[in-house]
Design a protein around this ligand. Structure first.
Ligand code: ACM
Length: 527
């Protein structure tokens, strides 16, 4: 009987395969780069003290707050107790953190403050996973040495179509930090609304902020400069850099409602879509706008957009100022005018000491090789990625499929995008790998900075729809951008993800449940 049971267990093990393997993985998303498990446990309870050098005071404070919020365990700072957590810096660790858990002592060493933060987030996830019922986490002796696969692990949020406000953005930042994402690309201006206060040009927010993707008369909504500072500070505490996008010369309709004297016109479908490239005043105006923006964001990066200009630059073809510009500068066609415009504005940004970021339409505009970053988004145009690399630009990979999160994640989902039946399932967001892109031999792949997902909001008018589209694909993106390809296994990821879903629930997040798609019905989009 016993032999039969053993045999059965053996075959069940073979059959189950990955769950057994997954037990050897620490319950952390993204999965660490290197780990092993020793005997013994660390008891994390209200008696545990944390010890740290002054340079790590804010990391320790964040850890204590976040651990308490998530587990109810109040780690103390008084010394002399039996069990403790010790934080250290050691630059020899080169971009990594080392988390060593032993009975009575957790040692966390990070190469810098970012790495210490990453280690603390891993520790919080461990504490949550091994939580007993009496405010005690019994954490096995994991030995972890971990570093990010990519330096750029980004998320873009479009708040022009719909405005979500400080509280929602902070919740997103909380979860970016939880998953070690480190770049929030904030799409603050576009046709429906301008969402950032500019003191020198107050009508940009007051007038340009009126309306959204549904209702052109919706009262003005925008972030004040105080709001922006608050968000930037909050993000910095979580080791996240915030990068503003001020889209130009297209997608400028909202700005042009405020200051029509700088409009370059549009097309029937996209009226007043562009800034005017033929008037000198436009460059001075936008430079002043960007100067204000640049002082609000310590990232030292401004995204200038540069996308889809041809949607609405029809008027340029017959505008006498543009004709004169083309003659004066020897510009052959309207694409050359676009590139000229971006080059001029890029010069302004470079003069402020900041880098210029742009969508892949700008992959062959002549920009600074060392101070520009191109965002490859058109998955159906791999030649744009090749062009960016060939031209020597640092590049962020954010292909529509699978990383435009307004694409649905199930065939049967009705609201949100599908492209000729193609959509963006959780598995695709997880399994995406730069190694699978066909990039010609000889192109410098080391210019690829990392991965980013973009949440465009044409079909995202509520906080519920944000949640449903973002969770849990945010976790899949994080692992794709962090974890070595050899360790990525979707089934194992799903097992680790299972325990994160109740945490979303606890935070009031209306997530998509990949195992029970009806758990939260797809939130309706009402145009
Ligand atoms: C884009 O999706 N227009 C960058």
């Amino acid at each position: 009987m016993k032999r039969i049971a053993l045999l059965l267990l053996f075959f069940m093990t073979l059959w189950a395969g990955s769950p057994i393997e997954a037990q050897q993985e620490p319950p952390i998303i993204p999965l660490p780069a290197d780990f092993s498990l020793n005997d013994g446990n660390f008891l994390l309870d209200r008696e545990v003290a944390i010890r740290f050098p002054n340079e790590l005071a804010s990391e320790a404070a964040y850890f204590r707050q976040e651990l308490f919020r998530r587990t109810g365990i109040p780690v103390i700072t008084r010394f002399g107790t039996a069990s403790r957590i010790e934080l250290e810096l050691d630059s020899e660790l080169r971009d990594a953190y080392r988390l060593s858990i032993t009975p009575g002592l957790i040692r966390l060493i990070g190469a810098g403050t970012d790495q210490v933060h990453h280690g603390l987030v891993s520790l919080i996830q461990l504490a949550e996973s091994y939580m007993g019922d009496k405010q005690v986490a019994v954490i096995p002796s994991w030995q972890i040495e971990d570093r990010a696969g990519y330096g750029w692990r980004g998320l873009m949020l479009d708040e022009s179509r719909f405005f979500f406000g400080v509280k929602k953005v902070k919740q997103i930042l909380d979860y970016m930090s939880y998953y070690k994402l480190n770049r929030l690309h904030w799409h603050l201006t576009d046709s429906p609304g301008w969402r950032i206060e500019i003191k020198k040009y107050p009508k940009l927010a007051l007038v340009g902020g009126i309306g959204d993707h549904h209702d052109p008369n919706k009262p003005s909504a925008f972030y004040t400069q105080e709001d922006i500072k608050d968000i930037v500070r909050y993000a910095a505490e979580r080791k996240i850099t915030v990068i503003p996008e001020i889209d130009m010369p297209g997608h400028a309709t909202a700005a042009n409602r405020a200051y029509p004297e700088f409009s370059g016109g549009g097309s029937a479908r996209y009226p007043e879509f562009t800034f005017h490239p033929g008037k000198e005043g436009t460059y001075a105006y936008l430079t002043e706008v960007l100067q204000e923006v640049n002082t609000l964001f310590p990232s030292g990066m401004i995204h200038l957009g540069g996308d889809e200009v041809s949607f609405g630059n029809e008027k340029w073809a017959t505008d006498p100022y543009v004709t004169r510009l083309m003659q004066r500068e020897g510009l052959a066609d309207l694409k050359a005018v676009e590139d000229y415009f971006i080059q001029r504005m890029a010069d302004s940004v470079l003069n402020m000491g900041s880098k210029v970021l742009a969508w892949d339409e700008m992959a062959d505009a002549t920009l600074s090789k060392t101070q520009s970053i191109i965002f490859w988004w058109r998955h159906d145009k791999p030649e744009q990625l090749e062009l960016a690399l060939k031209n020597g630009y640092a590049t962020v990979i954010c292909p529509r499929i699978p990383y435009y999160l307004d694409f649905v994640q199930e065939e049967f989902h009705q609201f949100g995008r599908k492209w000729a039946g193609a959509f963006a399932p959780l598995r695709a967001a997880y399994e995406f790998s730069v190694d699978d892109l066909s990039i010609s031999a000889g192109l410098p792949k080391d210019l690829i900075l990392g991965l980013q997902a973009n949440l465009w909001t044409e079909t995202v008018h509520t906080s519920q729809r944000i949640d449903f589209l973002l969770f849990p694909r945010i976790a899949a993106l994080a692992e794709a951008a962090w974890t070595p390809e050899l360790l990525k296994k979707y089934d194992n990821f799903m097992l680790r993800l299972d325990s994160h879903l109740p945490r979303y629930e606890q935070d009031g997040i209306y997530f998509y449940h990949p195992r029970q798609p009806e758990y939260h019905p797809e939130p309706v989009y009402r145009p």
